[in-house]
Design a protein around this ligand. Structure first.
Ligand code: B12
Length: 215
């Protein structure tokens, strides 16, 4: 196995183990060895977090383990983020991004942000548990061309429809495209609430924004 692959696997394992110190050291190693920071996040840390989701679903992990994993991931992401190569040739299109009201699951949204940042988009990150009205307001204030919403719970998904409805009610729907994502969402759901596009994962977000803003 190449040195790089081995490091990515170790990064994934540090997330699965919730090993903050290990994750920190490995991330520093990535930087020191000049390995692509973006790849390390997507092919190391994110792979580990997906494994954590599986373990949680299987009942092998509980909330405390998941929290440890999330913080190990965050520590490493913070070290790697400044080293991500940004595409400076891209058009500076503004994208509003956030996790809908009532939902604090922001790991996936943060990965989407990393991808969009790296692609050169101007991301206005509203964070998690974002009140419905904030999306429309931020889009207007920043002249955003796309609103990206994330929801990880079936109970918070309807918030996405409320945002679309609010765009329509404020005569702003034709000014901005809407993309949604998050584990319980689907393309069918996106269409049913009047959103423009659904993204399966963080990697697809860049292609979606590109196609939605192509002129
Ligand atoms: C981690 C986690 C947590 C962490 C969150 C930490 C954090 N900072 O995010 C903690 C422990 C805090 C937590 C809390 C809770 N959780 Co939780 N959690 C999870 C878990 C295990 C993993 C989610 C995750 O991070 N996945 C990894 C990321 C990388 O994947 P992702 O989010 O899906 O994102 C990817 C794609 O979906 C996509 N994507 C995401 N957003 C977007 C947006 C756009 C625009 C695009 C294009 C793409 C995109 O790209 C991402 C990267 O590829 C899931 C299980 C699961 N299978 O999803 C449960 C899960 C989501 N949680 C659940 C629940 C119930 C809760 C709690 C209510 C538990 C409780 N009783 O307290 C609370 C909720 C509190 C709240 N109000 O939100 C349920 C939801 C069930 C439902 N109703 O739908 C799940 C499904 C577990 C289960 N089977 O019961 N949780």
């Amino acid at each position: 196995m190449s040195e790089k692959r081995e490091l990515f696997e170790k990064l994934a394992k540090s997330v699965v183990d919730g090993d903050e110190e290990g994750a920190r050291q490995l991330a520093e190693e990535v930087v020191k060895r000049n390995i692509d920071a973006y790849e390390a996040i997507m092919e190391g840390l994110a792979v580990g977090m997906n494994k954590v989701s599986e373990l949680y679903e299987k009942g092998e992990y509980y909330v405390p383990e998941v929290l440890l994993s999330a913080s190990a991931m965050n520590v490493a992401v913070e070290i790697l983020k400044p080293h991500i190569k940004i595409d400076k040739t891209a058009k500076p299109i503004a994208v509003v991004l956030g996790v809908v009201e009532g939902d604090i699951h922001d790991i996936g949204k943060n990965l989407v942000k990393i991808m969009l940042d790296a692609a050169g988009y101007k991301v206005i990150d509203l964070g998690k548990d974002v009140p419905i009205g904030e999306f429309v307001k931020a889009a207007r204030d920043n002249g955003a061309e796309v609103i990206g919403m994330s929801a990880l719970m079936t109970t918070t998904m309807p918030g996405m429809k409320k945002v679309v409805d609010q765009l329509v009610a404020s005569n702003y729907r034709d000014k901005v495209k809407v993309m949604i994502g998050g584990a319980p969402t689907t393309m069918e759901y996106a269409k049913s609430i009047g959103a423009d596009m659904w993204g399966k994962d963080a990697s697809s977000a860049v292609g979606i924004v590109k196609s939605l803003t192509a002129r």
